[in-house]
Design a binder for this molecule. Structure first.
Ligand SMILES: [Zn+2]
Length: 286
């Protein structure tokens, strides 16, 4: 089974996950990753999968666009915050490369039981699984959660009892815009790193300082999720072009500057997570 995070975990960089909210995002993510020779994860949040056309359509579009753009860097399609075991299985059946099962709101025993069921099904199909313990705070695609730091024993239990491929331990990050300074729990991160051997995933990275990000990567965060930062860049560009051109109505002209804005943010993030040129290095080192 291919885990895109293995190389990153070993070499201490992080593969960025960018969430897509339409074809413009997908094209920009794939093109920019290729330009930067960086491995990349395209995330689709369970909450908006159906609004984007459903699992099967997304898998088809993802495959076709990868082929048409001649993408050579590792690029995988991932279900972000899968809400139920069934939804994860649906994504796997449709051809997703990777799924997250988010049982973080459930009691740990139930989270472990459901995650294990997803892992068994996923691994049988060559698909990797991410799980969450604790609660990443804030709002994403209409789902609000209070911030709750992950309990270390629960993290260890989940990793040991499920065989999950990566873990998102909530350690102070927040979805959406931060109110005040982010406060990541580095002490908890360090001791959890000692106790487990799976790559960590950082949710809600938009707004975290470069220094904190590097520190999180050094503790084995091999996947870092970005959504808010892209959407702010996209909406700012749309707002600007419409404000400056009151007569404008041609959709492609309205979208053009927002595509450039997405390209720029994605390239900046790829450099920030140290993924820049990493797939080129992988090829030459083989
Ligand atoms: Zn998330």
């Amino acid at each position: 089974m291919y885990n895109i995070l293995d190389d990153a975990f070993e070499k201490r960089y992080a593969v960025p996950q960018f969430n897509m909210n339409g074809l413009i995002w997908l094209e920009s993510i794939l093109k920019t990753a290729e330009k930067c020779k960086a491995p990349v994860i395209v995330g689709t949040t369970d909450k908006i999968v159906d609004k984007l056309g459903g699992f099967e359509l997304l898998v088809s579009v993802f495959k076709i666009m990868k082929k048409d753009l001649g993408i050579t860097v590792p690029a995988v399609l991932h279900l972000d915050h899968g809400q139920t075991v069934e939804r994860c299985k649906e994504a796997i059946d449709a051809g997703y490369d990777s799924v997250m099962y988010d049982g973080s709101k459930l009691p740990i025993e139930e989270n472990v039981k459901n995650t294990r069921e997803v892992v068994e099904y996923a691994h049988h199909h060559g698909v990797t699984v991410e799980a969450e313990v604790g609660s990443v705070g804030g709002t994403e695609d209409g789902i609000y959660s209070d911030l709750a730091y992950a309990d270390q024993n629960e993290c260890i239990q989940l990793v040991k009892e499920t065989g999950v491929d990566s873990l998102a331990p909530a350690l102070g990050s927040v979805h959406g815009k931060y109110k005040g300074e982010p406060n990541l729990g580095f002490d908890e991160m360090a001791s959890l790193r000692e106790a487990t051997d799976v790559p960590f995933v950082l949710h809600g990275a938009s707004g975290i300082s470069d220094a904190d990000l590097q520190k999180a990567i050094s503790y084995g965060h091999a996947k870092i999720n970005y959504n808010t930062e892209l959407n702010i860049a996209w909406s700012d560009a749309v707002r600007k072009v419409l404000t400056e051109n009151q007569e404008l109505y041609a959709p492609m002209e309205i979208f053009e500057p927002s595509k450039k804005a997405l390209d720029e943010v994605i390239e900046t993030v790829i450099k920030r997570t140290n993924a820049y040129q990493k797939s080129a290095e992988q090829v030459t080192s083989k």
